[in-house]
Design a protein around this ligand. Structure first.
Ligand code: F6R
Length: 611
């Protein structure tokens, strides 16, 4: 999604803004721009396409100044173009604005402003904000008052960075339903939609809350609530290192993050199930035995990859606790009037903690008196702050648009939550607990084993890179891994791919199988092995090529398929953590062979803050 960075201080803003925008590139964008106050006027440069285009413009037409705002745009209103890029500026260059989110009532406001004589040059909703603030300012209000007045009128979601020509020492920021942080430096301050943009300048950040407005000067930050009362906030010290947001020698963030998985899972498991303890450390979760006993149902709601982690959570929680669990994608859940009451637990899963649909699902549940537990990566994100209970996966910043390390950490979290609930209810004895614990402890080294043999997925990708149609099949938890594998292949290799419950093939999709189809079958669930094997035979009989992902020890079936990726043996519960890795690697190498933009696939954004 769009990215925002802003700076005020003694240094030259353009270099800081460009550097910040580069660090936000991973969010996905199609154009970019900066506006810089030179002490007298606001100068602006914007360009469609990658940041290199903007850099060239900056080289040809240098602008200078110590106050500025920058933006990477992911088009919503109006195609990617120089004109539609942010910042947007009012007619006589009085007010400049960068904006993430969507102004829902912009057409009404635009019409009113046109009647008042305002001229619009872009197709965006954001330009309305610049003209509206301009209008209030010219009616006699001050800069801050004009911003407040405009915010009263606009509906929708926004993170805003705003400059006014008459205020060369002030940057104003505002937020509603879109993330925005303020970085506090020494004699300089920053704003950003995401921490990596400013982390090499400061680790001290304030998270702006909804409806808050910040007035930022080089040596002062004042934050106001919507009633214009000043609010005091605690500084949050970012703990992770800037290295975590850099490639560290890898060619892409995605492969770096795939390789980080053993360490992340090891830390997560050791933190939550300490080696010498028989207890699970559920810090952040206040849900007690009586609360769990009182539950009539659990919903697990998320989007995309996080939803797949949620589906694994559904299977495990239901199986281990016998509480009914319904998993849903957030964009459906929010509009289908689900049955929610005080005996409902909603578990939301989100890497960014800012996904608009997931956040709204959380709010719906809270409005209906349900309890909300969040499984989140981004510390201090909106979802983390609004949930009753938070289970942080602490996977570090995930930069690649395609989620990998967050997925396996989310799955690990769901396993720990399921086991902990079952223990609380007395449904898991200590022997079973100890077995699961030792399986979890062995997962990092088993993933490392798979990673050491990643040449296998590379060779398979080279062999099958011409495949036009890919089916992933599996049963039970293997079906969910199939869904994740299929999503990865679609999003980064742009390959048509479907995931099917293996037993469903004969109910329709098998009609599509022929000698040009590649089928990837996941078979880690021992009790379903023979069933899936029958489905493999069905597709083989119709000419498909089959790659199987199976546990070591099942070598005898290899002759039934074209290729096999064997993964170390593990229990049914932990198998998805291992099976996920070959499907991630296969998608990565397929994309590599096909020459796509792996870390920033077309049309996609990292943090989806609009519905
Ligand atoms: C796929 C992917 C997306 C996200 C989804 C939810 O690789 O990254 O499908 O999983 O947009 O995002 P979060 O987890 O930030 O809520």
């Amino acid at each position: 999604m769009c990215g925002i960075v802003g700076y005020i201080g003694p240094s030259q803003a353009p270099a800081i803004l460009m550097d910040g925008l580069k660090r936000l590139e991973y969010r996905g964008y199609d154009s970019a721009g900066i506006a810089v106050h030179d002490g007298e006027k606001i100068n602006m440069l914007k360009s469609k396409g990658k940041l290199i285009n903007l850099e060239q413009k900056l080289e040809e037409n240098p602008i200078s100044g110590c106050l500025g705002i920058g933006h990477t745009r992911w088009a919503t209103h109006g195609a990617p173009s120089d004109i539609n890029s942010h910042p947007h500026i009012s007619s006589d260059r009085l007010i400049a604005v960068v904006h993430n989110g969507i102004i829902e009532n912009y057409l009404d406001i635009k019409e009113e402003l046109i009647k008042k004589g305002y001229k619009f040059v872009s197709e965006t909703d954001t330009e309305t904000v610049a003209h509206l603030i301009d209008y209030y300012y010219k009616s006699g209000l001050g800069f801050l008052e004009s911003v407040f007045k405009a915010l009263e009128k606009i509906e929708g979601a926004y993170a805003l960075g705003i400059l006014c020509r008459d205020y060369p020492d002030t940057l104003i920021a505002a937020r509603k339903n879109c993330p925005l942080v303020i970085g506090k430096g020494e004699g300089e301050n920053f704003i950003a939609s995401d921490i990596p943009a400013i982390l090499h300048h400061t680790r001290n950040v304030y998270f702006l809350d909804d409806n808050e407005v910040a007035v930022i000067k080089a040596d002062e930050i004042k934050i106001y609530d919507k009633n214009k009362n000043e609010v005091k906030k605690d500084i949050y010290k970012v703990k992770w290192d800037i290295d975590a947001a850099e490639k560290g020698g890898y060619e892409h963030f995605m492969i770096k993050e795939i390789n980080e998985q053993p360490k992340i899972i090891q830390e997560l498991v050791q933190r939550r199930i300490p080696e010498n303890s028989h207890l699970i450390d559920m810090s952040g979760i206040k849900l007690k035995k009586a609360d769990i006993e009182a539950l009539s149902r659990i919903y697990i709601v998320a989007c995309g990859t996080a939803y797949h982690a949620g589906l694994i959570g559904k299977s495990l929680i239901e199986k281990l606790t016998r509480i009914p669990v319904i998993a849903d994608v957030a964009s459906e859940f929010r509009y289908r009037d689900p049955v929610i009451d005080e005996r409902t637990l909603l578990i939301v899963v989100s890497q960014s903690g800012e996904t608009a649909d997931t956040l709204e699902a959380l709010r719906i549940a809270k409005r209906n008196n349900a309890r909300v537990m969040a499984v989140v990566n981004a510390v201090g994100s909106s979802i983390a702050r609004e949930a009753d209970d938070v289970f942080y996966i602490l996977a570090g910043p995930e930069i690649s648009v395609a989620s990998t390390k967050a997925f396996t950490a989310q799955v690990t979290a769901m396993e720990i939550i399921a086991v902990s609930m079952a223990m609380e209810l007395g449904k898991l004895d200590s022997d079973k607990f100890n077995n699961i614990k030792s399986e979890l402890y062995e997962i990092p080294s088993k993933i490392s084993e798979i990673l050491q043999k990643s040449y296998i997925e590379k060779q398979l990708a080279e062999k099958y890179s011409k495949a036009a149609n890919v089916f992933f099949i599996g049963r039970g938890l293997d079906y969910i891994v199939s869904m994740e594998g299929s999503l990865k292949l679609k999003e980064i290799a742009y390959l048509h791919s479907e995931a099917y419950a293996a037993g469903e093939l004969k109910h329709g999709p098998i009609a599509m199988i022929d000698e040009n189809t590649l089928v990837i079958a996941v078979l880690t669930q021992e009790e379903l092995f023979e069933k899936t094997l029958s489905n493999i035979k069905e597709v083989k009989a119709r000419g498909a090529k089959v790659i199987a992902i199976a546990l070591e020890g099942n070598e005898s079936f290899a002759k039934e398929v074209d290729d096999v990726i064997f993964i170390p043996r593990t229990s049914w519960i932990t198998a998805p953590l291992l099976a996920a890795v070959p499907v991630q690697l296969f998608a990565y190498y397929m994309a590599y062979c096909l020459g796509t933009d792996i870390d920033q696939p077309r049309n996609l954004a990292k943090s989806v803050t609009v519905e």
